[in-house]
Design a protein around this ligand. Sequence first.
Ligand SMILES: [Zn+2]
Ligand SMILES: [Zn+2]
Ligand SMILES: [Zn+2]
Length: 290
Amino acid sequence: MSEPEQPTKKYRGNCHCGAFVFEVEAPEIKSLSDCNCSICTKRGYLWLVPKSAPTIVKDDGKLVHYSFAGKNMDHQFCGNCGITVLAASDMFPAKFGVNARTIQGLNVWDLEIKTFDGAAYDPQYVAPAYSGPEPNPAGFEDANTYHGSCHCGAVTTAVRIKGSPEDNTYKERILECNCSICLRAGYIWIYPSESQVAIQGRENLSTYVFGTRVFRKVFCKTCGVHIGAEPNPDLTDEEIAALPEVVRDFRAARLDLRPMNLRAFNGLDLKRVKPTQVDGWSRGQQYANP
Ligand SMILES: [Zn+2]
Ligand SMILES: [Zn+2]
Ligand SMILES: [Zn+2]
């Protein structure tokens, strides 16, 4: 006997910039899958596996496709804003998995998160190694250098910090936010200064600005892994002068910051990282769902 059909709801989702919008039918979403494989960890996916394929509402042709190893999964992210929306694979019942972080009105922090041991399926993945000069800021003699990378290896990073984000020896802020962009990208933020950070393969980064455009997000243009953020160097003096005073002051106080996404660090056990959750969701009224 088959199980009785559950009533379904129509969910609508989109990348952050709105270049790609989809709808998907699914029973009320109460739980999501958090996979621990290499790509899901670096991109922060939370999976919804629907029984029927999503329908595309809007597609501006910005989707970038990325696959690796057995090439049995086609990961699709927006090349403009870097947000992963879908993955196509014959392994899914309707050939598609949906990154539920992109579903409108779904605060994933309120849902049950089930762990899926995808790492067991990609034992061959070796994280790309950083081979550039090590950051060596004054005052960090007793610190640790963490290497990181996007998934494909086009971008690698080194970050020098005191203590370990895996335990309470790291005394600086570790934040996770549920505003429109942070929720979609699944960032786990730390806030080093420019001198603590080195990035190789900058030419392989795409950047994304929105809102006040004061900071820009940077992600690998090939695999879509978000590396971090930096002050937007393209703001003109006129644009800076036109910013609301509070935003201008915010920017001026943070020109030295290079926020980094811990998901791009290699060899970190993210299960041991305990970020403070910031409720950007409630402050995000200015983001209009497309
Ligand atoms: Zn987009
Ligand atoms: Zn996975
Ligand atoms: Zn990459």
